[in-house]
Design a protein around this ligand. Structure first.
Ligand code: PGA
Length: 258
């Protein structure tokens, strides 16, 4: 899986133009082993559905509330997200944790609600710079996974996606994690998933995100524990995203064949 979160950028027209350009650029790529997804703003999802489906690009939404309906002014329910045509629902991005009070516990409520509505939760986890400095990254990641997936039924596991995004690696001030560091933490995540769900944990893709760019994408994806990439800035120009995807393709194919 390779995808991008457009954050609070690109309105309806820009999103449609971006997805249609991306679809044209990527039209020749085989998709059996490669899922490409784009997560635009809420307002742009519905208008982009046709363009995305013609281009075999899966759409997602960036957040939702856990209740189906109610007196929750300004919130969007899982039913509403589904109505837009989004399949993936991003939950717990570090910007939501930092600016909007999202916690591991609200992430869990959202994950359960998403699964109950046949959405595929893309659960974002990652340690802050402070947690890294204190040497508690592994504990933090294990806690985030255990709480996010608390009470999740094994039959829903095939819909779960995890993105490991160290908070210190995200955005303009971010420093990309070294491939080796990222691989090590992804293993910690995998081990926690195995502790919770035994063999079935292997079906859950764990992506890496945080300052992925055309220079580090190949070495990141070469790591055995990295199953895909979740990209911000380096994917927001269709031509650049296309080049990045093509640059990792042979490594990707080799990995999928193994
Ligand atoms: P970035 O964003 O690639 O621009 O660092 C990653 C993210 O926020 O998921």
């Amino acid at each position: 899986m390779i995808g991008t979160n457009l954050k609070m950028y690109k309105g309806v027209l820009e999103t449609r133009r971006y997805i249609s350009e991306l679809g044209e650029l990527l039209f020749d790529l085989p998709r059996e082993n490669l899922e490409i997804f784009v997560i635009p703003s809420y307002t742009a999802i519905l208008p982009a559905v046709d363009t995305a489906s013609k281009s075999s690009i899966v759409l997602g939404a960036q957040n939702m509330f856990w209740e189906d309906s109610g007196q929750y002014t300004g919130e969007v329910s899982p039913i509403m997200v589904r109505e837009t045509g989004a399949e993936i629902i991003e939950i717990g991005h570090s910007e939501r944790r930092e600016h909007f009070g999202e916690t591991d516990f609200t992430v869990n409520k959202k994950v359960l609600a998403a699964l109950g509505h046949d959405l595929r939760p893309l659960i974002c986890i990652g340690e802050t710079a402070r947690e890294k400095e204190f040497g508690i990254t592994a504990e933090r990641l294990a806690t985030q996974i255990k709480v996010a997936l608390f009470n999740v039924d094994k039959e829903h596991l095939s819909n779960i996606i995890v993105a490991y995004e160290p908070v210190w690696a995200i955005g303009e001030q971010g420093v990309p994690a070294s491939p080796c560091y990222a691989n090590h933490q992804q293993q910690v995540i995998r081990e926690t998933l195995i502790e919770m769900f035994s063999e079935q944990a292997y079906g859950i893709p764990v992506l890496y995100g945080g300052s992925v760019n055309s220079e580090n994408a190949v070495s990141l994806i070469s790591q055995p524990a990295i199953d895909g990439l979740f990209i911000g800035r380096a994917a927001w120009e269709a031509a650049e995203f296309d080049r990045l995807i093509r640059s990792i393709l042979s490594t990707w194919t080799r990995k999928s064949d193994d």
